[in-house]
Design a protein around this ligand. Structure first.
Ligand code: MN
Length: 228
């Protein structure tokens, strides 16, 4: 048993005995971010049931597993999920895969909920200019192509490298662009859990739909922060 487990047990025992309020038990370091809109806000593009299950069950599971992975290390518990992913190679080998998958799952979904929510917006400012320069024949077909090419479970990511260079790439599983030292700007979840209830195996239809509800104001502002 690790020292932290003993602490936790004695705190739990104290709560059970009524000698310590539950607030004496430290909250787990990671938690679900608040969803900035209702489950049905993205209808008819993304249905409320998919949103509810995706957020409250799938994302929650990544959070729970991430908390479990860092539970025995106060140092790792005090780090942000982004720092954990950026420094993955320096983490203890026995928890590296758990952090990669569940830390990735937590970071990716936290950004995902934020980049959704605004119907009918378009990239603007520096991001629009950079997209047009990098993808002269059109960035939207390229996003769809990348998202369609992600085999199995994964994400299509728009990310920024050094000096604001843009990348549109498929990533497997819950791998984050942070693992490749790029800043994630926009992620499109193409795991089947993201669309199966409404679209079954019709990923292209799901992609056409989700591109209607991207908050490009947020993504554009995020890029401006990165490039300064
Ligand atoms: Mn997902």
């Amino acid at each position: 048993m690790k020292p932290n487990d003993i602490d936790r047990r004695s705190v739990l025992a104290a709560i059970a005995a009524g000698s310590l309020a539950p607030s004496g038990l430290a909250a787990p370091p990671f938690s679900l971010p608040k969803l900035g809109y209702a489950y049905d806000a993205l209808e008819p593009y993304i249905d409320a049931r998919t949103m509810e299950i995706h957020y409250s069950r799938h994302h929650q599971a990544y959070v729970n597993n991430l908390n479990q992975a860092v539970a025995s290390s106060p140092k790792l518990s005090s780090m942000t999920v982004e720092k954990l992913l950026e420094g993955l190679d320096t983490l203890p080998a026995d928890i590296r895969t758990a952090i990669r998958n569940n830390g990735g799952g937590h970071a990716n979904h936290s950004l995902f909920w934020r980049v959704l929510g605004r119907k009918g917006s378009q990239p603007k400012g520096k991001l629009r200019a950079a997209l047009e320069k990098t993808y002269p024949s059109g960035w939207e077909p390229r996003i769809r192509e990348v998202a369609m090419s992600a085999f199995g479970s994964g994400w299509a990511w728009l990310s920024s490298g050094e000096h604001g260079s843009l990348f549109l790439e498929p990533y497997p599983n819950q791998d984050s662009p942070l693992l490749r030292h790029k800043t994630p700007l926009l992620g499109i979840d193409v795991w089947e859990h993201a669309y199966y209830l409404k679209y079954q195996n019709r990923r292209a239809e799901y992609l056409a739909a989700i591109l209607q509800v991207i908050d490009w104001d947020f993504v554009s502002a995020r890029y401006e922060e990165v490039v300064g």
